[in-house]
Each structure stands twice: as structure tokens, then as C-alpha cells.
Write a protein that binds this ligand. Structure first.
Ligand code: FUC
Length: 802
């Protein structure tokens, strides 16, 4: 007893004396005992618009700065291939004749330009002039308050830095201190990969520059940027030091502090982006004036005041959800070592919680800008030539970014995507007409960018239809509108903004679908993201008719549009048309291997283990396949997942965990969750036996590889999906609870119907549940064999001992 107590006291002592910080094994702190050498080791901060990637170096602190609105290009000319649609009948004819080779060739005529790219704003370097041996280095990111810290000692002097990026004040703050008076000596430089000019005036280090106007000519071709002085998005960064003592010094292009003890660095950035349809040069915002006004306002405020405002703004969102998974015996280790240990199969429940909450942290930090959703890298991209242009890939990646938005209680963070869909519905009208010959509704294809381009990509006939020609994004995205409504119960949004967009997506597909030889509705031409079929005579191709993924997504789109029209009590006639169409859809087919067929015929896949599984859309994120409603289809979905296996890219793992959760197989979902959290070495790191593949980097970023943020979000969403599943009428509690999580509690998970769930369980049995209703309503709670109907008034909460 006594020795246990002593041990505990000793542990508390060790933890609280380490680097002066409390670092007990944590579910909210990422920490390291060395600076980051690689991007995938850095710690990221953001306010939904501005992003900072902090390396925490001793002699040189490197911080990449991003603004989510800084892209190449300018508003898209959606009418880029006005006669493309004239080729559709010939493709249909080729498909009717089962001439797949010709169909694939002709499908290339339905292509337009590629997307623009997300651009890095710049790099800020803080050079420190302390020499000597470094000891007690410590670096952390605390996701419970969205602040980061670095501290170390040199010759007995302790240096600290604290960083945050504030949404209420639109500013990045860095506070530097030294434990010895006057020991702080540093200077700051700004640079950018873009065309820019840095200078110091009135003790402000400013950098002004502009983004390229064009373009990524194709993934296969090296990027070629054209810089024109009077075109493209302008950007500004401003840096100013507030010192308590010492002297602020400057050169023509650097700003510094001499012999100080404490200083605060204010960093303000801005761009001229003024909306997807406004020329960022001739109709742009004044980036200089905006950056300066944010800087001046923040500069009058104290560090404590700014910090407090930042933390309370952030915690308003973050604190809505908490998760506990019971006792853990995992030791307290730096996050990189912790991940390695976990990858070797060891238990670490708090790491599992940390990864879940980190997903929520990342979404709050990168998704708060109207019309500009989180991109492929969230908003943290250092590259001029980023992987996949750091753009929006809409055949999975963009949507997966938002799977956690509603169920993990971050509905506000969904709105950048929802407003972006609205923009897509504008350019998408032109795309529907010019590429597909459809005069009603809107269409969107595989890629997009900040300019809401909707055309199929491929550089006008140069790229593979297997990804370039997919045109079902409108169906998929419109389901996000329904999800937002059904979780939030915001009828005004549905009526005034959401429903017309959903209707437009449905209108397009109603016209686009054709009948097969037996009178069933299908799409033609179709492709299935981004897999290829093998016909019985050996042809490997992408273009086909009746792809099952298209049908699954359009089914969801029609179904949700009908539901929305009923909620609003409008468009009964249109709804009836959708009902009739749904009854004629070419039905799902079960293949010879017991799998859910991806192709119209029971063909083989070129790659049976392909990372995409879009034909399982109805199981997740859709809901028309469930183990109860459609047991045969659920079984076939399971067979498909078994054939594909579990080894895949980061985002694909994220998706499969959700699929297993929807199949109510908690242990398989958990197995794959563990595999998503498998340690992956930074991309550039040369080690003898590098750990590569889909998984998680030392900074807990998702590894496709390379870094893509979708896997972080998909993985976090899946945790919620394992604990709570819901539809318009029912809430399943603990539907896919893994054995490893036999006891625990959760607070604040959202369910469809506008409910918020908190509950406790032990020995895998639900003990207590409390349900809060946002807008009043009824639902049925289900757990195991027990069901309970509840009706609540708006704002009412009930607690049930189960
Ligand atoms: C899709 C995926 C790739 C990658 C890219 C950004 O094309 O098939 O794996 O994630 O998007």
C-alpha cells in the first residue's frame, strides 16, 4: 500500500518536473523530446483560415505559413469544352455494342482542364543566437487548448516559446521567454516559394506576393506556373514584435530582438481571394489593408487576453465531446515512441482517444472559411507542387474530410463544405450542359479547386478515364446537405439553401440515366472510382455501363432529396418522379465470389485489392444497406471487404473502419483502426528498414502515403460510428463496440434527429445513457435486444439507466 503510494507520488513528481511540464500519459498532448526534422514530425496549428506548421528548432525555428484561400488560378471558365456533350451518343453506342475499347477512347473526349493548386504562402524563420549545449528539450501540442510549446536549456538558461493561431483575433502569436534577464536574442526572416518581396518598414516585417495563375497541366507532367504581375491572388504577411525589454532591431529584410527577456511575435496574413467567382486581382480584397488591420487590432491586446480569447473560442467546439476508454497501463512516452510501441501491438487506450480527438482538433483548425473547405492536406501544405495539387478530390477524399463533422459535434465546421457545394452547383450547371447535354440541374466531377470547377479533368483528352471521367460528385455531395439537416434540424438552411441544391443534383441524374436492354435505369457511360474491370476476353478498361457505384450514390441522392422535399412539404410531383425512377434502378448483383458486384456484369477487377470501394457506398457513408434491412447485401459487402483485405492506403483504411462498424463488427473495425495508427516514417527520412505504407506519421498525420488529411478524419469518424449509429428514427447505442473497449464513457456524440448522446458502459454492457434533444422530437434507442422510445421537447434531456 505504502510503496504503491510512494510510487505514485514519485511518478507525479517525475511528470510534473519533466521540462517543467505535466506530461502524464495523455489523451490530449502530443509531445517529443527533439525538434522536428521533417514535415511529418512538425506540429500544426490553425484557425480555419491561417495555418502554421511549427518545427520547434533550437537555433532556427522554421514555421510554414498557409492561408487556405491562397491558390493558383482565377475564376474558372466552366464553358471550356462547349461541344463535348456531342460525343455522348457515340460512347453510348459503343457501349451498347460492347465495344469497351472504343468507349474508353471516346470517353476521353468528355474531358476539360485540370484543377488549380493550393499554394504555400511562405516560411518564417526565427534564428536564435544562443550557443552551447542544449538540454531538457521539450516540444508539445496540447489539443485541449490548441496551443503548442517548446522549451530547452542552454548553459543553465531556460528558453520557452508558446504558439497559437487565434480565430477571434485572426492572428498567430508566439511568446518567447528566457529565464535569465536579457538572454533572448533572435531575428526573423520571411520567404516564399511564390513571387514575393520582403522588407522592413516601421518595425514591421512585411512580405507581399502573388500566386501563379496557371496551372497543373496533369499529374504526369511537371507543374508549370505562369506568373503575371496583374493576375492571380495577392498575399501579404506582416510580422511585428512586442518586447517587454531589450531592443527591437531590424535590417532591410529582417526583424529581431537584442538582449530581451520576454517578447511576443504577432503574425498576420491575408490574401485577396474574394470568392470563387471574383477575379482575385481586379475584384480582389485588399490583402495589405486586411492583414494590417488584423495586426493593429491584435497588437493593442495583451498576450494573456489574446490567449484567453483563443482558448475559449476553441474550447467552445472541442469540449463538446469527451471519450474515456477505461484503465490503461501504457507508459508515458513521447508521441513518436508511443506510436512505435502501439504499432508493435501494445495497449494504449489514451493514444486511441488522442487520435480520435486529434481528428476533431484538425477539423476545427482547418475548416472555418466560407466556401473553402479543408483540402487534401487540410490547410497545411509546404509544397509549390503539392501531392495531387492539394486540391479537392471528390470521388472520396473531400467527402471523407467531413465524415466526422456532424457526429462528433462540429456541425459549424461542415459549413465551409456546404457553401462550397453551393458554388459547385453554379459552375456545375454549365458542366451539365456542355459535357453531358443536360439542361436541368448541375453536375460535378472528380476534381475541384477553390474556383469550384466542376468539369471532368484530363487536359482535354490526355488522361485516363478511370479517374478523369467520373461525374457522380453531385450525388455524393448532396447527401452532405441532408446529413447537415438531419443532425442539426436546421430547417431554414434546408429550405433556403440546401434543398434547391439537392434538387439540382437529382434533376441532373434523372436526365442522365438511361435504360439498359431490360428497361432498368443505369448510367452510361460510367466509371467506378478508380478501379478497372477485366472483361471475359481480357480487355482491361474503365468505361462501362451500369457501374454499381454510380447507382449506389444516385440512389442515396434521390432518396435524400425525396426525404427533404417531404420535410419541407414541397415538390410532391418531382418527388414522385424520383420514386418511380428508384423503382426502376438496375438492382444490386451478387457476384460469383459472394461479393457485391462493382460492374454491371460479374467481371473480375484488374486489381481485386483496389483501395476504392465505392460500390459499398450504400453501406457507408450511405445507409440503404444495413445488416437488418438488407442482410444479403450486407453479407455481400462483407465478402467484398474480405476479398480486398485490410492492407491499403490511409484514407481507404479510414473508410473500411467505418464500413466494418456499419457491419457491426467492432473487433474488425478496431483491428483496422489499430492498423491506421501504424507508425510510418517521415517521407524523406532515410533509415535502413523504413516503415512505409498506409498509417500514421510521428505527428499523427495520416499517411496515404504521402500525407493526406482524409485518413485522420475518416479514422476519427469511425470511432464515433463504433459507438453510436443512427437514422431518422432510431439510435443504435454501442453497435460495434470492440472487446478492447469493454468499459468506457462518451459525452456529446451527435445522432440523426438532432440528438446528443452521452453514455457509460462496462463489461461491454450499456449502463447509463443520457439524450439531449436540440429541437424536440422522438426516436427509438436500441442497444442489444432492448429498445426504448423517447420523446423530448426542444432543449430537454433525459437520463436512462439501461
Ligand atoms: C484519389 C485516390 C488516391 C489519392 C488521390 C488524392 O484519386 O484514389 O489514392 O488519395 O485521390
Amino acid at each position: 500500500m505504502k510503496s504503491n503510494l510512494l510510487k505514485k507520488l514519485f511518478l507525479v513528481f517525475i511528470c510534473s518536473s519533466f521540462g517543467g511540464k505535466v506530461v502524464a500519459q495523455s489523451n490530449h498532448i502530443l509531445w517529443y523530446n527533439q525538434p522536428a526534422d521533417y514535415f511529418e514530425e512538425s506540429l500544426v496549428l490553425g484557425n480555419g483560415k491561417m495555418g502554421a506548421t511549427v518545427f520547434g528548432g533550437v537555433n532556427t525555428e522554421k514555421i510554414y505559413l498557409n492561408d487556405i484561400t491562397l491558390w493558383s488560378g482565377e475564376p474558372v471558365n466552366a464553358n471550356m469544352n462547349p461541344e463535348a456533350y456531342k460525343n455522348i451518343p457515340a460512347i453510348r453506342e459503343a457501349l451498347k455494342n460492347e465495344d469497351y475499347k472504343l468507349a474508353d477512347e471516346l470517353n476521353k473526349k468528355i474531358q476539360g482542364k485540370n484543377s488549380e493548386s493550393y499554394a504555400p504562402l511562405g516560411t518564417m524563420e526565427i534564428n536564435n543566437f544562443q550557443e552551447g549545449k542544449v538540454s531538457n528539450y521539450y516540444r508539445e501540442l496540447d489539443i485541449s487548448n490548441a496551443t503548442s510549446k517548446v522549451s530547452y536549456e542552454i548553459d543553465g538558461v531556460r528558453y520557452t516559446r508558446e504558439y497559437f493561431v487565434s480565430a477571434p483575433d485572426q492572428i498567430m502569436i508566439i511568446k518567447l521567454t528566457s529565464s535569465k534577464k536579457g538572454a533572448l536574442n533572435f531575428d526573423i526572416h520571411s520567404s516564399s516559394l511564390l513571387k514575393s518581396n520582403a522588407e522592413v518598414k516601421d518595425n514591421i516585417l512585411s512580405m507581399n506576393g502573388f500566386g501563379p495563375i496557371h496551372e497543373n497541366p496533369g499529374y504526369a507532367v511537371p507543374l508549370s506556373f505562369i506568373l503575371e504581375k496583374e493576375r492571380g491572388t495577392r498575399f501579404t504577411s506582416l510580422i511585428k514584435i512586442k518586447n517587454t525589454d531589450g531592443t527591437v532591431v531590424s535590417t532591410a529584410s529582417s526583424l529581431g530582438l537584442k538582449d530581451g527577456t520576454e517578447a511576443i511575435i504577432y503574425v498576420s496574413i491575408s490574401t485577396s481571394f474574394n470568392g470563387f467567382d471574383k477575379n482575385p486581382y481586379t475584384e480582389g480584397l485588399n490583402s495589405k489593408a486586411n492583414a494590417s488591420s488584423n495586426l493593429n487590432k491584435a497588437f493593442t491586446k495583451s498576450f494573456d487576453k489574446l490567449r484567453q480569447a483563443h482558448i475559449s473560442d476553441y474550447q467552445k467546439f472541442f469540449d463538446r465531446v469527451s471519450l474515456s476508454l477505461g484503465k490503461t497501463a501504457a507508459p508515458n512516452l513521447p508521441t513518436d515512441e508511443r506510436l512505435l510501441r502501439y504499432s508493435d501491438g501494445k495497449e494504449d487506450k489514451n493514444l486511441e482517444i488522442l487520435y480520435f480527438q486529434y481528428g476533431r482538433y484538425l477539423l476545427i483548425s482547418c475548416s472555418r472559411t466560407k466556401g473553402v473547405p479543408a483540402n487534401l492536406q487540410g490547410l497545411w501544405n509546404p509544397h509549390l507542387n503539392a501531392p495531387w495539387s492539394s486540391n479537392y478530390t471528390m470521388n472520396i477524399n473531400l467527402e471523407e474530410n467531413y465524415w466526422l463533422a456532424e457526429n462528433t459535434n462540429l456541425s459549424e465546421m461542415h459549413t465551409p463544405l456546404l457553401s462550397f457545394i453551393k458554388n459547385l452547383s453554379v459552375t456545375g450547371k454549365v458542366t451539365a450542359k456542355t459535357f453531358y447535354g443536360i439542361n436541368e440541374g448541375w453536375a460535378a466531377a472528380h476534381n475541384s479547386d477553390i474556383w469550384a470547377m466542376t468539369n471532368p479533368v484530363g487536359v482535354f483528352g490526355n488522361e485516363d478515364p478511370v479517374w478523369a471521367c467520373w461525374n457522380t460528385a453531385g450525388a455524393w455531395l448532396s447527401t452532405h446537405i441532408w446529413e447537415h439537416y438531419i443532425f442539426s434540424q436546421d430547417k431554414n438552411y434546408l429550405k433556403n439553401e440546401g434543398y434547391p441544391i439537392m434538387k439540382g443534383a437529382s434533376e441532373f441524374f434523372l436526365q442522365w440515366m438511361v435504360t439498359d436492354k431490360n428497361g432498368s435505369l443505369i448510367t452510361s457511360p460510367s466509371t467506378s472510382p478508380e478501379n478497372k474491370y477485366k472483361t471475359p476476353d481480357g480487355f482491361i478498361g474503365a468505361t462501362l455501363y451500369g457501374g454499381m457505384a454510380d447507382l449506389a450514390m444516385i440512389r442515396e441522392c434521390f432518396d435524400k432529396t425525396i426525404k427533404a422535399s417531404k420535410v419541407l412539404n414541397v415538390d410532391a410531383e418531382f418527388s414522385a418522379k424520383l420514386e418511380t425512377a428508384l423503382s426502376k434502378f438496375y438492382p444490386y448483383q451478387i457476384g460469383k465470389k459472394g461479393n457485391l458486384q462493382e460492374w454491371y456484369f460479374d467481371w473480375n477487377d484488374e486489381d481485386p485489392k483496389h483501395r476504392h470501394q465505392s460500390h459499398l457506398f450504400g453501406l457507408f457513408p450511405g445507409d440503404h444497406i444495413t445488416p437488418l434491412k438488407t442482410p444479403e447485401l450486407a453479407k455481400a459487402s462483407r465478402a467484398t471487404l474480405e476479398i480486398k483485405g485490410d492492407e491499403t492506403t490511409g484514407w481507404s483504411k479510414g473508410w473500411r473502419i467505418n464500413l466494418w462498424a456499419r457491419l457491426w463488427d467492432g473487433n474488425r473495425a478496431y483491428k483496422m483502426y489499430r492498423e491506421l495508427l501504424r507508425y510510418v516514417d517521415p517521407d524523406g527520412k532515410k533509415t535502413e528498414n523504413p516503415r512505409r505504407g498506409g498509417g500514421t506519421y510521428p505527428n499523427l498525420f495520416d499517411a496515404h502515403p504521402p500525407f493526406q488529411i482524409d485518413g485522420n478524419f475518416g479514422g476519427a469518424a469511425a470511432v464515433a460510428e463504433m459507438l453510436v449509429q443512427s437514422n431518422e428514427n432510431e439510435i443504435q447505442l454501442l453497435p460495434a463496440l470492440p472487446d478492447a473497449w469493454d468499459s468506457g464513457s462518451v459525452k456529446g456524440i451527435c445522432a440523426r434527429g438532432g440528438f446528443e448522446i452521452s453514455m457509460e458502459w462496462s463489461a461491454k454492457m450499456l449502463k447509463k445513457v443520457s439524450v439531449f434533444s436540440k429541437n424536440g422530437g422522438k426516436t427509438t434507442l436500441i442497444c442489444g435486444n432492448k429498445k426504448q422510445d423517447i420523446t423530448l421537447k426542444k432543449g430537454q434531456k433525459t437520463e436512462i439507466v439501461w
